[in-house]
Design a protein around this ligand. Structure first.
Ligand code: AMP
Ligand code: GLY
Length: 424
């Protein structure tokens, strides 16, 4: 098969690396990819958020048998519908299902209507009403911009002053653009967080191994929220008991709710969960693979990813047995100085001899005049496996030292989090 992968981050490199191992896949194209992806795929320079242009490109390239849509924005814009409408096979939910990520107001409503455990909340479209509400609500409180905001549209307000200022920033100053026209004001929850991703064809749900992200930019969970500075897999506090609870109270009810709403979800459904004293609760849904979660999940997948993708498309996921390697995996993100705010691009990257089994997932990298250079905030993910998290973590850090570019920074505590949380 000839497969097109949409996207250009570390997640897409992990997907491309998994597809490259499939005996079914003979050629991969990536739109628009990055330097690492370019080693395995032919890069295509079309703006993937211009869904008509993508449709025209796929129409014109009749050799393409299948398209994998990895990022949230083209899914929210309806790229799956556009390609399906033109008779192409795709992996990724339709627009009316991708809304589960694209609108927090929608996802909160859905959870309320179908009794799916989540933080209590109120939704506001008026600045005056939101301000009045946070003047008296319980503190801490969490403010969320309704729309897509690159994972940054969430403010955890520890004081009332911060909450009032936050409502102003979102609704009046438009800090997150139009994503903040409507906001969700939510109860503050506490507990360890886990990303639980699952493949679903709308009938069957097959969970992947779990992982934990590190969203803050700096060591010790300090600094601004980012797309994710590193991950490890699996979550040590998420055993069979929790998996059963999540399947019964969250995963199955969510897939059924989407069916009942006429919004059947086919693709990867990402459950961002918190283990609270009152049980597992949904913090967020995503309509796609996580980044950098995918960089620790797919290296552990033993089953052919292409076979799973096709089974989802054809609604026969029940027929596929998905197998995972034993052990743990850690992904350490190397970022450009200044990220997630302003940073410079075009810095030359040098990579020494990496230990066997260490995999690099390229995110913001490009080739310029024959040299590998930085082209984004998150530049590389150093992914290493081990018998336990500590072994994987040591290997990732040891190998990160062999990589250099001007301004490079990374957290020094990826994989340390939740060591003290009761294991399950
Ligand atoms: P989200 O983009 O919804 O995943 O939120 C980003 C981060 O904010 C999450 O990973 C949590 O760490 C935190 N967060 C979101 N909602 C809540 C909440 N209700 N209580 C506590 N922390 C939250
Ligand atoms: N790592 C968080 C996300 O992909 O949304």
């Amino acid at each position: 098969m000839k497969v097109l992968v949409i996207g250009n981050g570390g997640r897409e490199h992990a997907i491309v690396q998994a597809l490259a191992k499939s005996p079914k896949v003979e050629k991969i194209y990536a739109m628009k990819g990055n330097a690492g992806i370019g080693e395995l795929a032919e890069l295509v320079s079309v703006d993937y958020c211009d869904i008509k242009a993508v449709g025209d490109w796929v129409d014109a390239h009749t050799e393409i048998d299948y398209t994998v849509i990895a990022p949230d924005d083209p899914l929210a814009l309806g790229l799956a519908d556009e390609l399906e409408g033109r008779g192409h096979r795709v992996f990724g939910p339709r627009k009316n299902a991708a809304i589960i990520e694209a609108s927090k107001a929608f996802s909160k409503e859905l959870m309320k209507k179908y009794n799916i455990p989540t933080a209590k909340y109120e939704t506001f479209s008026s600045y005056e009403e939101a301000k009045a509400y946070v003047e008296t609500c319980e503190i801490p409180v969490v403010l969320k911009a309704d729309g897509l905001a690159l994972g940054k549209g969430v403010l955890i307000c520890k004081t009332r002053e911060e909450a009032i200022e936050g409502v102003k920033e979102m609704m009046l100053d438009k800090k997150f653009g139009t994503a903040g026209n409507k906001i969700v004001v939510e109860e503050f929850l506490e507990g360890p967080e886990v990303s639980a991703l699952a493949f679903t064809d709308g009938k069957t749900i097959k969970p992947m191994i779990t992982s934990c992200d590190h969203k803050r930019a700096l060591t010790g969970d300090l600094g601004l929220n980012t797309g994710g500075m590193g991950t490890f897999s699996p979550a040590p506090f998420y055993g069979e008991k929790t998996q059963k609870e999540v399947m019964e109270k969250i995963m199955i009810p969510t897939v059924q709710a989407m069916n009942a709403e006429g919004r059947t979800f086919k693709g990867v459904l990402y459950f961002g969960l918190m283990k609270t004293k009152d049980g597992m609760k949904v913090i967020e849904y995503n309509s796609r693979f996580g980044d950098p979660e995918t960089q620790v999940i797919l290296p552990m997948l033993k089953t052919d990813l292409m076979e799973i993708f096709e089974a989802v498309t054809d609604e026969r996921l029940d027929e596929v047995e998905i197998e995972w390697e034993e052990g743990c995996c850690v992904c350490l993100v190397l970022a450009s100085g200044g990220y997630p705010e302003k940073y410079e691009k075009g810095k030359e990257i040098t990579i020494g001899d990496l230990d066997e089994g260490v995999v690099l997932c390229h995110a913001g990298t490009a080739m310029k005049d024959g040299k590998l250079v930085t082209s984004g905030g998150r530049v590389l993910g150093v992914c290493a496996k081990g018998a336990d998290i500590e072994e994987a973590r040591k290997k990732a850090y040891k190998n990160a030292e062999k990589i250099k570019f001007d301004g490079m920074y990374y957290r020094t505590d990826i994989g340390v989090k939740y060591r003290d949380v009761e294991r399950e």
